[in-house]
Ligand binder design. Structure first.
Ligand code: WTA
Length: 650
């Protein structure tokens, strides 16, 4: 990350384009009105959004019940998320949407499928009946470990139809990681596929499920989608092919009428300890938040072809590939594979062929494409695009400018959206018709969101100033807890400041009051927009028989934002070197997944520690950051010297 001084010197300002502003769902006047209402009475603002953007079977009686840190939104209201994403687009004045594309899907090999709202409704009802027939009841958890294929969206929506909270586990996670998540959530059923396509070849998923389920008996059934056709072992009585079960299922399934606070899903994310936390989201508040923000920030219209490149295994895929856009009745595009296969212009080719109008991606992807060269996007007609977005990590102003110029043709507004797995939906963002943008800044809180920058002591700062990003009032999409661990929920988010949500990010506000998110201030790294805890990687490393001790830090990386550097002390008698290096990288991949594999492993006979035994991460971060100067990674280095030097300073 460039330092804050240079960021704040950013002078380029982009006013909303008047053609865009004229047609926007939320124009300047609407935004002014909503900001005023959201500031004066956030509950009234959110109640209005809940009534306008969400369909309720029974209206709510009370907007908010706030017993910090526990919030309940829209009390007494009953609704169903799949009804909001599907059925309501098949009825009354929206009935014409039955034959409109809900999902346009493209597989990596180039195969495509389009599911209309009518198709998706039928498939979801059928799969909901499959779940019921397999014994899944309201409240039971279902784990989904799948490639980016339409069946993943179908399965997610089928869970919501019957009120079974889903836990989607990213297909890149290992069997070990999958097992932890299945156990923690107590999942009763797993949906997977034989495999998916990655970089031109089939990548198996089912064997990881088999491995994860060894020795546990909580999972009664595994449903397997046939995607690649690769040889797949099926366990009789436990494993079933998706197509066999679907063939027999009825397409009639009434949506369950669920309480606004009924659990909708659990999504595991990294924190500062080795154990991932199951972030819990519920029904009415979450849906209100993602639907309202999709409509306002992405300006979703019936004519749009909207594409968010996130994997459904992450929160962005939940909120802004599936729930937000479908609840708005929009067409959402899903792509299965890697962005550079078979050629570096794959994404731009998809945009041209499908006439994509709104494109939402991560800064790390943008930086990768900058490096690959302008000739790839320039080969394609991307004049269909009208709005661009970014999410997941800070975007450096030069990447923003490239996105604006080369992808957006200088005509598309860019929304740099700040939010988290915990926040459910976007909290800080430009509104494309109403907010001037400055490259690198996420600009202002969404109406109804009370974001602030605090000092360490908990005093609000007066801009320009930097500090800790906090949210002072509850919002509808906020997490309701950590699955099975309310002590950790309180400790992680609510113990820094009284009744105030602590996000774990550092932020700066400029003279205009604009927010500049500086990234994590705790031991969570942001690798290509994906959260990985340093402790998670450390526990994986020390679980290897040759490792005595390990410390993991992030170092800045031009493309991925942060790269993982591990400092490892081998057990005595173990030879540090290339073989161990390779073995450890493989071990971490097996324990967590390839995304957590260290970019660099440095062996040391001692780790720098304070007198009380705490590893001095700041020191390691400095060492890791000065990579070039330190030479070969496979030799044993003596950082204890540095530690001893530091110790004498304390
Ligand atoms: C970071 C992803 C700067 C931040 C939706 C946050 C960002 C973490 C932005 C959450 C942004 C997300 N600018 N940083 N626009 N968006 N982040 O839970 O550090 O995977 O705390 O949610 O990503 O990551 P998560």
């Amino acid at each position: 990350m460039p330092d804050i001084e240079s960021l704040l010197k950013e002078k380029r300002i982009f006013k909303p384009n008047s053609d865009f502003a004229r047609q926007a769902n939320w124009n300047k006047k609407t935004v002014r009105e909503y900001r005023a209402l959201g500031a004066k009475n956030p509950q009234r603002f959110w109640a209005k959004m809940a009534r306008e953007n969400v369909s309720w079977f029974t209206p709510f009686k009370k907007v908010l019940d706030w017993k910090p840190p526990f919030a309940k939104w829209f009390i007494g209201g009953k609704l169903n998320v799949s009804y909001n994403c599907l059925d309501r687009h098949l009825e009354g004045e929206n009935a014409w949407r039955r034959n409109k594309a809900a999902i346009i899907w493209e597989g990596e090999p180039g195969d495509t499928r389009t599911l209309t709202f009518g198709d998706l409704h039928r498939e979801v009802c059928k799969f909901a009946n499959v779940l019921k027939a397999r014994g899944v009841k309201k409240g039971d958890r279902v784990a989904l470990y799948m490639p980016m294929i339409p069946e993943l969206a179908i399965a997610v929506l089928a869970c919501t139809r019957i009120g079974a909270p889903h836990s989607v586990v990213f297909g890149g996670f290992s069997a070990e990681a999958l097992r932890d998540r299945i156990d923690d959530a107590g999942a009763k059923l797993v949906v997977t596929a034989d495999g998916g396509y990655r970089r031109g070849s089939p990548h198996a998923l089912k064997p990881a499920v088999d491995e994860a389920l060894e020795g546990t008996d909580i999972v009664g059934s595994v449903v397997v989608v046939e995607r690649t056709g690769q040889a797949t072992k099926m366990k009789a009585g436990r494993d079933f092919w998706w197509h066999d079960l679907m063939d027999e299922a009825s397409a009639v399934c009434a949506p369950a009428k669920l309480d606004a606070e009924h659990p909708l899903f659990i999504l595991y994310t990294s924190g500062t300890t080795g154990k991932p936390k199951g972030i819990l989201h519920t029904t009415g508040g979450y849906l209100t938040h993602v639907t309202t923000t999709s409509k306002a920030i992405f300006d979703l219209k019936d004519e749009d072809t909207y594409w968010c490149t996130a994997d459904i295994g992450w929160i962005t895929g939940h909120s802004y590939v599936i729930y937000g856009p479908l609840a708005c009745g929009a067409t959402t595009l899903m792509y299965e594979g890697v962005p550079t296969y078979p050629a570096p212009d794959r994404l731009w080719d998809i945009i041209e062929r499908h006439r994509v109008t709104i494109f939402y991606t991560a800064p790390t992807a943008i930086r990768t494409f900058i490096r690959l060269g302008d000739e790839h996007p320039k080969k394609h007609d991307m004049s269909s695009l009208r709005l661009l977005g970014t999410v997941g990590e800070p975007i450096n102003p030069e990447a923003w400018m490239w996105y604006h110029r080369v992808i957006g043709g200088k005509r598309c507004p860019i929304v740099d959206t700040w939010w988290q797995t915990e926040t459910g939906g976007i909290l800080i963002t430009p509104l494309p018709a109403a907010v001037d943008t400055v490259p690198g800044s996420a600009t202002l809180p969404f109406p109804g969101i009370d974001a602030e920058v605090y000092t360490e002591e908990g005093d609000p700062t007066t801009p320009p100033a930097g500090g800790y990003l906090v949210i002072r009032k509850p919002w509808p999409g906020m997490l309701r807890g950590i699955w099975g661990d309310s002590a950790r929920f309180k400790e992680t988010y609510w113990s820094q400041y009284d009744n105030t949500y602590f996000a774990g990010d550092g932020a700066h506000r400029d003279k205009r009051g604009y927010f500049w998110i500086m990234g994590r201030i705790d031991d969570v790294m942001n690798i290509s927009g994906h959260r990985i805890g340093t402790m998670e990687v450390e526990s994986a490393l020390v679980s290897h028989a040759d490792v005595a001790e390990a410390a993991v830090v992030g170092r800045p990386d031009e493309i991925t934002g942060t790269a993982i550097v591990a400092f490892v002390t081998p057990k005595s008698g173990v030879e540090a070197g290339g073989d161990l290096n390779a073995a450890l990288r493989m071990h971490v991949t097996k324990q967590i997944g390839a995304i957590a594999k260290p970019a660099e492993i440095r062996f040391t006979d001692a780790l720098p520690k304070t007198r009380s035994g705490k590893i001095m991460r700041r020191l390691l971060r400095d060492i890791a950051g000065g990579k070039e100067a330190m030479g070969d990674t496979s030799t044993l280095e003596d950082y204890s010297v540095l530690a001893r030097l530091r110790e004498s300073d304390e």
